[in-house]
Each structure stands twice: as C-alpha cells, then as structure tokens.
Design a protein around this ligand. Structure first.
Ligand code: NAD
Length: 359
C-alpha cells in the first residue's frame, strides 16, 4: 500500500502513544522512523514498530527514558541510554555533543545501552546541519550474532553501522555516508523476506556456509544462516573496529558471549563531533568541498546508466520522490503494524482510513 508521510506519521505517533510514550518521545520516534522510510531505508522505518511493541511488553525497552549523563569530562561526554527508545536518547546525546563541540572544537561522545537507535545517518545529519563533521561507530548487543567474520561461516557480530557526515556548502548537500558493515542490513533482509524477494547477489551464507541470495535462511530452518560482511577482509576489519570502538569505549560491552543476551536490540555508539572552524577557514573548506565533489562527478562513468552520486544523494532523491508519491509499505509489514496497533487498543478504522488514503 501507498501512504503519505503525514498519514504514516499520524498512525506511528498514535501507536507510540498507545505503547506508552509521552508526547515528545512519540513525536521524536515517529519523525525518525518515517524519515527513514522517506529516505528509502524502510528497514529502519515504521516496520520496526511491532518489534518495539514486543520489546516493551517483555520489559526490554523502557519508554520515557531520557539519555543519562554518566560523565562530563570537557571534550568527552559519556551517556547511558538505560534501554530507552534509541531514537530519543541518541538524539539527546547528539544534541549535547554538538553543543559541546562548538565550545571545545571536538567532542568524543559515547552512548551505551540504548534500545535500537535506528538510522545512524539521522545523527550525522544533525551534526552536518550544525556545520559540524561527525563520525559514528555503532555495535549491537543483547541480540544473537547475525554477521559472519571474513572467512568464517558462523555469525559473530551485529550489523555494526558506521556513519561519516560532512557539512553542506551553498552548492552541495551534506556528505552523509551511512552503512551497515554487513553487505545488507538485517532490516533490508527482513523487508525482502516479508516481500518474498531474492537479492541480486549472495549477501548471506546458509547454515552450511554456502553463499546465497535467499533471505529465508535468516528466519527459516532449524539452523539460521549469517549475513556476510562488506568488502572482504577490509570489511571484516571494519566490523570488528566498530564492535571494539562502540562496545568497549561506551562501556556497553561487545557481543562476546560472556555478556548477557536477553533478545532485544541494544545499540552502543561512539561518536566524534568535530567543529572544522577550529582547524581551517570555513570559506576555504567549502570551496575545497565543492571543488572536490565537482572533480569526483567529472569522472567518466563506467556505466552510462549509473550516475556518480555522492553519499547522501540517493536518500535525498528518494525523499523527493516519496514526498510526492507517498511511501510504499509491503502488505505483510502493514499487517504486522496494524496487528500491533489493534492489540494496543487502536481502533481498526484508523488503519482502514489510511489503507484507502489516495496519494
Ligand atoms: P545502503 O547500502 O543503502 O547505503 C549506504 C550508504 O551508501 C549511504 O550513505 C548512501 O548514501 C550511499 N550510497 C548508496 N548508493 C550509492 C551510490 N550509488 N553512490 C554513492 N553512494 C551511495 O545502507 P545499508 O548498509 O543497507 O544501511 C541501511 C541503514 O541501516 C543505515 O541507515 C544504517 O545506519 C542502518 N543500520 C542501523 C543499525 C542499527 O543497529 N541501528 C544496524 C545496521 C544498519
């Protein structure tokens, strides 16, 4: 089905309120989720709602929990998420890091034990909008391992995203590089699985270690498969780097089996926010940014049908398209959201209304 961003935000907001979120938190989480759908990352959009509702019911996600400052060491800020909604606690911790970096030039911020913080690009966009650079390393714990190490066939990691953001100039949008260190994020495999689709390449291993493009290996069968890390041994190094930087520096812990796993999705994040004004003249920075991006775009294309894009551009293109045409939600995903909402006491007409909504 196809739904407008406003309609989807309204349903999401209502569902989060029913799930126990106070108004500000419901607005923050709904905005983050719908924005992820708008930018083409359905894996980190409203499809997560039934998962969050389940976590709340099991006492693994605590609504109305703010980010808690554990340590303020000048250029070092350490926060605990206390299993709060990740979209909220990470936004609050990020706001503090942005304010601090403006004073100190750089801020190393860590956040531990936040429930799923969603699309990491959201936090890079916050820094870029403030004219700052940010680097984010994230690990995932409290969950079974999903990604095999390079040359391994058994999973040992979460999908450990990394994000690097650079502020915009007058002529260019910000650079927002934001990716899982597995070839596909688990959420993308979930969306493909629910939609009955195969991937174009073998992004997973089945339970016997054979490469496959079929997402069913992650959910069906006695033994589950594993996602494969990006970029061979280099990606294998990066996924472990994210695990160590996020899991250890935040104090939240890594996915090593000595740490308890209760079956939710906990994210730890280590973030570096840099104010470039402390290093170089901003006018020169913007000129260099524009000149370098122009140089990149001027390369002859290897495939005439494939444009040279700067990270962040694909999301912006999809946002423009989905703003105009609405957001497509696969049927099975919408049914799960509807079931979760109705179980929380939402009237079924709410969903019927939106199902009919013309775009
Ligand atoms: P992806 O593969 O779709 O895109 C990754 C990056 O590549 C983006 O910065 C995008 O702008 C850029 N890009 C895409 N196509 C491009 C092109 N043709 N030319 C140039 N740049 C291009 O992302 P993904 O790995 O599937 O991750 C999806 C989302 O999942 C991310 O937002 C990530 O933060 C999120 N995630 C979150 C968690 C978590 O635990 N919270 C875990 C994993 C992933």
């Amino acid at each position: 089905m196809q739904i407008s961003a406003e309609g989807l935000t309204e349903v999401t907001h209502q569902l989060l309120r029913r799930a126990g979120c106070e108004e500000g938190e419901a607005v923050c989480v709904a905005e983050h989720l719908v924005n992820a759908n708008l930018k083409g990352h359905d894996s980190h959009g409203v499809g997560m709602l039934p998962v969050y509702v389940d976590f709340i019911a099991r006492g693994l996600l605590h609504p109305n929990t703010p980010a808690r400052l554990l340590r303020d060491g000048g250029a070092v800020l350490q926060f605990a998420g206390d299993r709060g909604f990740g979209q909220r606690v990470a936004k609050e911790a990020m706001q503090s890091a942005i304010e601090r970096a403006a004073a100190t030039g750089v801020c190393l911020m860590t956040l531990s034990s936040a429930c799923h913080i969603g699309r990491i690009g959201t936090y890079g966009e916050m820094a870029a909008a403030a004219g700052l650079i940010s680097i984010h390393f994230v690990n995932v714990n409290d969950h079974s391992a999903l990604v095999a190490p390079f040359a391994g066939r058994e999973a040992r990691f979460g999908t450990n995203p990394i994000c690097i953001a650079f502020p915009p100039s007058d002529g260019n949008a910000p650079f927002i590089l934001d990716f899982a260190t597995s070839i596909v994020a688990l959420g993308k495999a979930r969306v493909a699985y629910l939609g009955g689709k195969l991937f174009d390449e073998d992004v997973m291993l089945d339970s016997s270690g054979c490469p496959t493009n079929d997402p069913r290996v992650m959910w069906e069968g006695e033994q589950r498969g594993a996602l494969r890390p990006i970029a061979r041994h280099k990606g294998g190094g990066l996924i472990l780097a994210a695990e160590l930087l996020a899991g250890i520096l935040s104090g939240g812990g890594t996915l090593q089996p000595g740490n308890e796993r209760q079956g939710s999705i906990i994210n730890n994040m280590t973030t570096i926010v840099i104010d470039p004004a402390h290093l170089v003249p901003l006018e020169w920075l913007r000129q260099e940014y524009d000149a370098m991006l122009a140089y990149v775009r001027s390369s002859e294309r290897s495939d005439p049908d494939e444009p040279i894009l700067i990270a962040g551009e694909p999301e912006e293109r999809i946002r423009v398209q989905r703003d105009a045409e609405g957001i497509h939600i696969v049927d099975m995903e919408w049914q799960k959201i509807r079931a979760a909402g109705i179980a929380l006491g939402m009237p079924s007409e709410v969903f019927a209304d939106y199902t009919r909504e013309p775009i």
